[in-house]
Design a protein around this ligand. Structure first.
Ligand code: AVI
Length: 319
């Protein structure tokens, strides 16, 4: 499909405005923070794909193995003729495992903020699964309140893998679940991937890999500000910092200034003291009780939980 050039330009301009506003307000706040969604420009998304392949980053391969083992059970719990609604990207191996188990799916509905990404995903899936009806929806899944009418009458099964729910605070996660419950309707269900609490060293290593890819992912935000907001961050004068806050049950990620310095961003000057940091991400980890509480507050109950033998990760079927 040909997207008119003007539409792309408009989208880019408004994305850049959002980014500028969020950065200027986040660097002006105390403590300083920039929302995690801005980590995912084209280079950031490619770096995240590389993170998923790292030996220390167990979530992707663990969740994939769990899904490989439970896809047939999921298909049974979902029942025949349902619509699979995926929150976020839809091109991964994990999606395909479900599509292959759910051969009598009424439709597959990927939701993504990026129209380009959605169109590419839909094209590939239609080629690989000619029997599958693909109805993409472009938008922010935190704000979406309607799905294509073509799936009216089919049971709606949501799919939110990758423990992306962990990047939301527990309060935001509950809001997400309540919205999902409305969107998926009272007879629907949600398949949720959740990273579990575990040995803090293992968690620490997953966000401090030896090859430094996670550090590049964090520092790419500075590169993006330099490129899109005429900033002058010296990338060698900042460092990635990630640690597990056991009391809060979350990984916290920052970029930290290695010396006293002043940086200009979109025409404004910001001073950083040595050691001062800017928050970029939380990655919450849950235990069984935490998942049950999240589900209850979000308006769901747990129909089934699958985990790997080492209990690193859980896939939960919520109804
Ligand atoms: C996307 N999300 C689930 C990842 C996580 O593990 O929280 C993002 C990430 N950030 C650094 N490494 C991975």
């Amino acid at each position: 499909m040909n997207v008119p050039l003007l539409a792309i330009d408009d989208r880019e301009v408004s994305d850049r405005d959002d980014f500028r506003r969020a950065v200027l307000s986040g660097l002006g706040d105390a403590p300083r923070a920039i929302p995690a969604k801005f980590l995912y420009d084209a280079r950031g998304s490619a770096l995240f794909d590389a993170i998923c392949e790292l030996p220390e980053y167990y979530p992707t391969r663990t969740e994939t193995a769990i899904l490989r083992g439970c896809a047939a059970d999921i298909a049974r719990l979902a029942g025949p003729g349902c619509a699979l609604v995926e929150y976020g990207s839809g091109s991964s191996v994990k999606t395909r495992l479900l599509l292959e188990a759910m051969r009598d799916l009424h439709a597959y509905v990927p939701i993504d903020i990026s129209r380009q990404h959605l169109d590419a995903t839909a094209r590939r899936l239609r080629e690989d699964y000619p029997w599958l009806r693909v109805d993409p929806v472009s938008g922010d899944y935190m704000a979406l309140d309607a799905l294509p009418p073509v799936i009216n009458g089919a049971r709606r099964i949501g799919f939110f893998p990758g423990s992306t729910i962990g990047n939301l605070t527990p309060e935001e996660a509950v809001l997400f679940l309540r919205r999902a419950r409305r969107l998926l309707r009272s007879d629907g269900a949600l398949i949720l991937g959740v990273d579990l609490k575990k040995d803090p060293q293992r968690l620490h290593d997953a966000y401090n890999d030896a090859a430094g890819v996670t550090a590049q992912f964090t520092l790419n935000l500075l590169r993006r500000m330099n490129r899109e907001l005429e900033a002058n961050f010296d990338l060698s004068a900042f460092a990635h910092e990630a640690f597990y806050n056991e009391a809060a049950g979350r990984i916290e990620i920052y970029f930290r200034s290695l010396r006293d310095q002043t940086v200009t961003v979109a025409g404004r000057r910001f001073t950083f003291a040595e050691g001062e940091r800017v928050h970029t991400e939380y990655s919450y980890k849950y235990d069984d009780a935490g998942i049950a509480e999240l589900a209850r507050r979000g308006g769901f109950s747990i129909a089934h939980t699958w985990t790997d033998p080492a209990r690193l990760f859980a896939v939960v079927f919520l109804t």
